[in-house]
Design a protein around this ligand. Structure first.
Ligand code: GLY
Length: 354
């Protein structure tokens, strides 16, 4: 396995797909442009839904990007070692161009050759009746039958919501080793942390309509999603997302400001992780023009800032500290998102005022 920083992983992913004919597009805003039904961009494919459904994208039919995402559904779980409200999603997309053959072959090449993950620590799933994907995995990866697992549930049928593009998907799982409790997907122990999904390849073939019907898409498409922070856990061989390089730098800053040590006391760790998570989300939200308010996405931002401030008090921090932490978010992420540096003063002002 190669040790790569988060910045290197992001660049490697984009270079790999750029070399395979993909146009690299910048991340869309966290404020969804094409979807008034949700508050935030929640997946890499989210801003690209119109193009999956047949509209012509100005940058072509093969794209790759790193999309900023916010999922606040699990806000109450933040504080454990595996949930983030803000994350980056790596994705490659085909709008009626290549399909399962190339998507699977490139995913396998990237994961095993470029990231250097050992084959014996990988398993994949396919939708239960997707013989085509099963056979491609067999040919491309040469995995044994018990490492290409057929799953009949919605875990292997991607739908972002009730409407829009959808289809069977195939996920790549990484084995964190026998010392971690858990089992392969489809087994009773699948919810453990041993086998963790790192990449979801979606074979969009259908569109769900508001009346509940499902029709074939005009064109077959590929949409993939790989969480950068989760990937970094694997490639950097660390215990949790709070230990990957960029997030650890922020976590350490929280410890420095509070004078607390990480990994000594459970309750202290929850507060440290929560502040680390929330200030990342808040920084990116403000840079996309979201302001703390009493409704909608502004209210989510306000809750994140206030929750982080409250946990700061719990750790014994006096006075305003979130702007100071935000500087670390900006310095750790500005290579991927130069706009953070450009809007630095604005972001810090909003945080200080709130
Ligand atoms: N659209 C694939 C994913 O977000 O997992």
């Amino acid at each position: 396995m190669k040790s790569l920083t988060t910045t290197e992983l992001r660049a490697l992913f984009l270079r790999f797909f750029g070399e395979r004919g993909h146009t690299i597009i910048p991340s869309a805003s966290l404020i969804p442009e094409n979807d008034p039904t949700v508050l935030f961009t929640t997946a890499g494919m989210h801003p690209l839904m119109p193009y999956l459904m047949g509209a012509a994208h100005p940058a072509g039919v093969r794209l790759a990007d790193v999309q900023k995402c916010v999922r606040t559904g699990d806000i109450d779980e933040v504080g454990d070692a595996s949930h983030l409200t803000f994350f980056e999603m790596l994705g490659n997309f085909s709008f009626g161009d290549y399909f399962k053959d190339d998507a699977i072959a490139w995913a396998w090449e990237l994961v095993t050759k470029e990231f250097g993950l050992p084959k014996d620590r990988l398993a994949v799933t396919v939708f239960h009746n997707d013989d085509e994907a099963y056979n491609i995995w067999k040919k491309v990866a040469g995995l044994p039958d018990d490492r290409i697992i057929r799953i009949a549930t919605k875990d292997n049928f991607w739908q972002m919501g009730d409407t829009g593009p959808c289809g069977p998907c195939s996920e790549i799982f990484y084995d964190h080793g026998p010392e971690v409790w858990g089992g392969l997907p489809g087994t009773p122990e699948e919810d453990g942390d041993r086998w963790i999904e790192i990449w979801n390849l979606v074979f969009d073939q259908f569109e769900d309509l508001p009346d509940g019907s499902r029709i074939p898409l005009k064109q077959k498409c590929i949409d993939t999603g790989m969480g950068l922070e989760r990937l970094a856990v694997v490639v950097q061989d660390v215990d949790s997302i709070f230990d990957v390089d960029t997030i650890q730098a922020l976590r350490n800053k929280v410890c420095e400001i509070s004078g607390k040590e990480y990994d000594k006391d459970h309750e202290t760790d929850v507060s440290i992780r929560l502040i680390t998570d929330h200030i990342r989300s808040a920084t990116f939200m403000i840079s996309d023009g979201i302001m703390p308010t009493n409704e909608g996405r502004g209210y989510v931002l306000r809750r994140l800032i206030r929750r982080a401030a409250r946990h700061g008090r719990k750790l014994g921090i006096d006075g305003a500290f979130l702007a100071e932490l935000s500087k670390t978010v900006i310095s750790e992420s500005k290579d991927g998102y130069p706009e953070l540096e450009e809007k630095k003063e604005f972001i810090l002002n909003v945080l200080n005022k709130e």
